[in-house]
Design a protein around this ligand. Structure first.
Ligand code: CMC
Length: 428
């Protein structure tokens, strides 16, 4: 017999079905709540609210578990490539050789952007944030593919998903080139997904550029670790906007905007900004730990804390190790890494952070790797967006292909003025 829960309100008792997920998570199905009782639920920040059922990504914040389609993040990080993981997220299974080749060829064939689109970069000031450029350009793609962006058409869906995966690195690299005044470098389809991005970022017509396999691998790993994270702020935005049946380019552009905020993906840039301030002020990490605890200050330790992880962030564990490896193999030292380590140690031994279960998250060490491989700080959140692309796409695909999907439309409890009569301006 299926489980139910009872709610007593006034003289009414209603029974609500309990939904159980494949990992044993339970949820109350409140879909009849308003109809039966007139009540709605209130849940600031959706801390207790499930917005969908999903087969894509599982995470257990208490145990520090993260799995894409059932595969532990640790295994994927060690053995898979980002494109393979993209296929897994979008289509649900790891590709065999033939499936992967077809997928890779499709992605590779769409890496160029329309020449007219390149002219749009001229309209941005030199110091535009690359996230402003990325979100605008991704949304603008819809103008170029008007004839093939109907979310209800399976063929249109396929081509839109492929174009987004293919063109995001090109658009991202061009935004960097624009900011430093260098010519755009066309994609090279003989290179790997990440190799092609690095070539577009760092090569110049004046000299040869060779992709460093160490850098290629490090970046591929970072993209895998960012590829999906179930119903976070940007993914929920993607699902909400997509539920209105907006085209995929507009939908993903909204996710990119949500990611930009410093409490979400923008934290990776904010971490480096914070570490630089600590360095410039003499390196006293304890001062900043105290400041983060001060309720009169708005300062927070960036890269610390997570809505879901209350034990450790498994991505942060992998990144911390990769950070040490990459810097050692590249023979680089970064004083910010020492400050980050000291800051982590100081916070993890402080009862404020221990009691609130605040641990380093994915953004705490990722910036140190990006710096080591030459990615400028303003580009960090763009890198996150590149990594998250297959996750957004997979979640959108799952949502749009579900015949039960309804437009997302929360309710509210109104607390403003009650009905009153309009007063002419002269009499106010
Ligand atoms: N530094 C200092 N105090 C913190 C921090 C922090 N980084 N994070 C949380 N707290 C405190 C917060 O003040 C609150 O204290 P109290 O109970 O005394 O009021 C308590 O911990 C709970 O915090 P919250 O803000 O209610 O928790 P949340 O789940 O709403 O927020 C968070 C999660 C990630 C937004 C938050 O931890 C934060 O602002 N962290 C810094 C920004 C950051 O690193 N974001 C990246 C998140 S991971 C990547 C991603 O998802 O994009």
């Amino acid at each position: 017999m299926s489980e139910t829960a009872k709610l007593i309100f006034g003289d009414k008792t209603i029974e609500m079905p309990v939904i159980t997920g494949s990992e044993g998570e339970k949820a109350l199905d409140i879909s009849r709540l308003r109809g039966d009782t007139g009540l709605i639920t209130m849940d600031d920040g959706y801390m207790n609210t499930g917005s969908c059922t999903s087969n894509v990504t599982f995470l257990d914040g208490e145990k520090g578990i993260l799995r894409y389609r059932g595969y532990p993040i640790e295994q994927l990080a060690e053995k898979a490539t980002f494109l393979e993981v993209s296929y897994l997220l979008i289509y649900g299974e790891l590709p065999d050789k033939e499936q992967f080749e077809i997928f890779r060829n499709n992605v590779v064939r769409h890496t160029m952007i329309h020449e007219d689109l390149k002219r749009l970069y001229d309209g941005f000031p030199k110091d535009s944030h690359p996230m402003a450029i990325l979100s605008s350009m991704i949304c603008t793609l819809s103008g170029y593919y008007n004839d093939s962006s109907d979310p209800l058409n399976p063929r249109h869906r396929e081509i839109s998903m492929t174009r987004l995966l293919s063109k995001t690195p090109t658009i991202a690299a061009y935004s960097h080139k624009k900011s430093i005044g260098q010519p755009f470098v066309y994609p090279r389809n003989s290179l790997s997904y990440v190799g092609n991005f690095l070539n577009m970022m760092f090569s110049v017509p004046a000299e040869d550029y060779e992709v460093d396999p160490l850098v290629e691998k490090a970046l591929d790993l970072l993209l895998i670790l960012h590829a999906d994270h179930e119903q976070n702020c940007s993914t929920s935005t993607v699902r909400l906007v997509g539920s209105s049946r907006a085209n995929l380019y507009a939908t993903i552009a909204s996710g990119i905007c949500a990611l930009w905020g410093p409490l979400h993906g923008g934290a990776n840039q904010a971490v480096i900004d914070m570490l630089e301030i600590i360095r410039d002020e003499g390196g006293d990490v304890n001062k900043f730990v105290q400041l983060a605890k001060d309720k009169n200050s708005t300062f927070r330790l960036m890269g610390f804390g997570h809505r879901v992880y209350k034990n450790f962030d498994p991505r942060a564990v992998i990144i911390k190790k990769a950070c040490d490896d990459v810097l050692r193999k590249m023979g680089k030292q970064d004083p910010l890494l020492d400050i980050a380590r000291k800051l982590e140690e100081a916070a993890l031994t402080d009862s404020y952070f221990v009691d609130r279960k605040l641990y380093p998250n994915v953004d705490f060490y990722s910036g140190i790797i990006y710096r080591a491989i030459g990615i400028p700080t303003e580009m960090f959140t763009v890198m996150f967006a590149m990594g998250r692309m297959p996750g957004w796409i997979a979640q959108w695909k799952e949502m749009i292909e579900n015949p039960n999907t309804k437009i997302g439309r929360p309710r509210q409890v109104f607390t403003g003025a009650q009905s009153r009569n309009y007063v002419e301006m002269g009499k106010r």
